[in-house]
Design a protein around this ligand. Structure first.
Ligand code: VGL
Ligand code: ZN
Length: 243
């Protein structure tokens, strides 16, 4: 019995010291170290989600206070903290399944089933090659390294910048980030409770370290607590939500 408990003590001590070794690993120049991998500036991307005219003041699906994210995001774009700056663009065909106008007798914000999935019916927005689909005029979009378009098919909506809502079609975003050796993403943009949330959840699934800067987002809040619920859901999934 004595031997057994000594063995136990020994293994506890080993476990403890290896924990200490892991946590004592110092970070240099603010670089984040996790499981031995160094994530430096060149392995980090800024993902700016859907900062487009349709989602900001005067737009057809204007997110309350959506314009306020623009100066915040421009500072991040100019910060030189990132190896790559990526913008996503909601880019729907006029006949997209997510528009209430394409469903006779249905109203905006009603939820219907499409192929067994819940589909919120939105006002027409971000139609390909229209003014509303353009980036916000003040966003420093010319500084972007890469633009990914989503929701481009008739039969699928796509909140996440990685894939459509049914998970059937991927955008080129994940392949691009992997090719650029990106390990960590900072996410900002519109809207917190839809495209930011689903992009962050997919980024976790795809193996990135994920930070969401809430000050660089705003929620649609179809229901008043949707923004807060999105924050809770992201945290639960392992997203580092910075409030
Ligand atoms: C979005 C609703 C519909 C978004 C896009 O960018 O959050 N929301 N399409
Ligand atoms: Zn959309």
């Amino acid at each position: 019995m004595k031997t057994f408990s000594r063995k136990l003590q020994l293994s506890t001590a080993i476990a403890l010291s290896s924990t200490l070794l892991l946590t004592a690993c110092p970070s240099d120049n603010g670089n984040i170290k996790s499981s031995g991998d160094k994530i430096s500036k060149k392995n980090k991307a800024l993902l700016v989600i859907d900062v487009q005219k349709c989602f900001t003041k005067g737009g057809s699906l204007a997110v309350p206070k959506g314009d306020e994210v623009v100066p915040y995001i421009n500072k991040l774009i100019d910060s030189k903290k990132y190896g790559k700056v990526v913008l996503s663009q909601d880019w729907h065909p006029q006949n997209n399944v997510s528009f209430a106008s394409n469903h006779k007798g249905k109203k905006v914000y009603e939820v219907i089933k499409v192929d067994g999935f819940d589909q919120v019916l939105w006002p027409d927005h971000c139609v390909q090659n229209t003014d509303g689909a353009k980036f916000h005029a003040d966003l420093k979009a010319d500084k972007a390294d890469y633009v990914v378009q989503k929701g481009t098919l008739k039969d699928y909506d796509s909140y996440s910048a990685f894939e459509d809502n049914n998970g059937k079609h991927s955008t080129p975003l994940n392949a691009y980030l992997k090719k650029q050796n990106i390990k960590e993403v900072d996410i900002v943009g519109l809207a917190l409770d839809y495209c930011v949330k689903y992009t962050a959840l997919d980024a976790i699934k795809n193996g990135y370290k994920v930070n969401v800067y809430v000050d660089g987002t705003r929620a649609v809040n179809v229901n008043a607590t949707d923004g807060q619920k999105a924050i809770d859901e992201m945290k639960k999934a392992g997203v580092n939500v910075i409030e």
